[in-house]
Design a protein around this ligand. Structure first.
Ligand code: FES
Ligand SMILES: [Fe+2]
Length: 325
C-alpha cells in the first residue's frame, strides 16, 4: 500500500489528554509520522539467535558502544547513594557525588579485581574492597592501599584509580555508556523521541518496585515479543481486560528508536465480549496497587473537581469509571 493511501487515525487520546491536563503548555500531538518501509523479505538466519559469535559481536559493536538505560535518579537521593548495574561481563556503579553530580565507575578493585559492592542499591561514604581493604572515594579515586609500605614502589607506580564510565541523565532517567567517545545522550535519543515524551514528568517520579527476570532466551526474541501485542490472546489471555492491544500505536523514528502507545486498563473492543464482568480481578489488583479499594470504590469525580488525589490514582479511577459505566 502506498504511504498516501494509509488512513490515519490517532490511537492515543489518553496520551494527549494526560499531557494537556497536567503539563502547562503541552499540545496534543496527533501528527502522523510517515510509515517506515521494512520491506517484505523474510530472514532465516537463525545464527542471530543462537551463535555465541554473534553474541560476542553484539557485545563489541552494540552494548559497549550505546547508551544503556540503567535506572532512575530517585534511587540516588543523597551523597554516596549508589546503584549497581550488572550487564554482560561488566559490573558498574553509578554514584551520587559530593557536589550532587553523578559519576559511574567500574565495580572493580584495582588490586586484584574483586567487586567492591555486591548490593544493588545503597549509600556509602567510600568504597572498601572486601578482599584486602583498599579504599576508594565516591569518584573511584584510590585513597588507601593497605600496608602500602609492603609493596615495591614500582608495583604501585601507576594509576590506582578506578576507570570511569560515561553517565548522563534525561528527565530523571540515568543512562551509562562504556564508550568514552559516545555521542551526547540527547543526540543519541534524538529530537523525535525527546519531543514525544517531553510532556511526561518522569523527573518527578519515583521507582515503586524493582523486579528482575532472567529468561532462557536470546534477548532479541524478548525484544521482538515486546514490540507487539499480537500474542496476548494466545500467551496471556488474562491480560485482555487490561490493555487495548489491538490498537497499539507504534511510532518508529528514523534513528531506530520507537514509542509504543497502548490504552491501558481498557480491553480491546474486539475481545470485550469475552469478559464476564466489566471489573475483573486484574482491574482490582491494579486498583489496590494504587491504593484504591475496589470494594468501596464509587466511581471517580470529574478531573476538574479533583484536589489532592495523585495523578496515578486518578488515572486508575478514571479507567475504573469507564469500565463500570
Ligand atoms: S582485591 Fe581489592 S584490596 Fe585486594
Ligand atoms: Fe507478553
Amino acid at each position: 500500500m502506498a504511504q498516501a493511501d494509509v488512513p490515519y487515525e490517532s490511537f492515543h487520546p489518553d496520551h494527549a489528554v494526560y499531557a494537556e491536563k497536567h503539563v502547562p503548555g503541552a499540545k496534543r500531538n496527533d501528527e502522523k509520522r510517515s510509515y517506515v518501509d521494512f520491506g517484505t523479505e523474510r530472514h532465516d538466519d537463525k545464527e542471530r539467535y543462537t551463535s555465541s559469535k554473534v553474541m560476542a559481536l553484539e557485545w563489541e559493536k552494540i552494548w559497549t558502544k550505546t547508551w544503556l538505560l540503567c535506572g532512575h535518579e530517585s534511587d540516588l537521593p543523597e551523597v554516596g547513594s549508589f546503584m549497581k548495574i550488572d550487564f554482560g561481563p561488566e559490573s558498574i556503579l553509578v554514584v551520587r557525588q559530593k557536589d550532587e553530580s553523578l559519576r559511574a565507575i567500574y565495580n572493580v578493585c584495582q588490586h586484584r579485581g574483586m567487586q567492591l559492592e555486591s548490593r544493588d542499591f545503597g549509600t556509602n561514604v567510600k568504597f572498601n574492597c572486601p578482599f584486602h581493604l583498599w579504599q576508594y572515594d565516591l569518584s573511584g579515586k584510590c585513597i588507601k592501599v593497605t600496608d602500602r609500605e609492603s609493596f615495591r614502589t614500582e608495583a604501585l607506580d601507576h594509576s590506582l584509580d578506578i576507570e570511569q564510565v560515561r553517565v548522563e541523565t534525561w528527565k530523571g532517567w540515568v543512562f551509562i555508556s562504556m564508550d568514552r567517545d559516545a555521542i551526547p545522550l540527547l543526540d543519541y535519543l534524538g529530537e523525535d523521541l525527546v519531543t514525544r515524551l517531553e510532556a511526561y514528568p518522569f523527573e518527578h517520579m519515583k521507582r515503586m518496585s524493582d523486579k528482575r527476570q532472567e529468561w532462557d532466551a536470546n534477548w532479541k526474541l524478548a525484544l521482538e515479543a515486546f514490540i507487539e501485542g499480537y500474542h496476548l490472546q494466545g500467551l496471556h489471555p488474562e491480560l485482555i481486560p487490561l490493555a487495548d492491544t489491538y490498537r497499539i500505536q507504534q511510532d518508529i523514528f528514523p534513528n531506530g528508536h520507537s514509542v509504543a502507545i497502548s490504552r491501558f486498563l481498557m480491553p480491546s473492543e474486539q475481545y470485550a465480549h469475552r469478559l464476564k464482568a466489566k471489573m475483573t480481578g486484574e482491574h482490582q489488583l491494579f486498583m489496590r496497587e494504587a491504593g484504591v479499594d475496589p470494594a468501596t470504590f464509587q466511581g471517580a469525580r470529574p478531573m476538574c473537581e479533583r484536589s489532592s488525589s495523585s495523578r496515578r490514582e486518578h488515572m486508575l479511577k478514571h479507567r475504573a469509571m469507564i469500565l463500570a459505566s
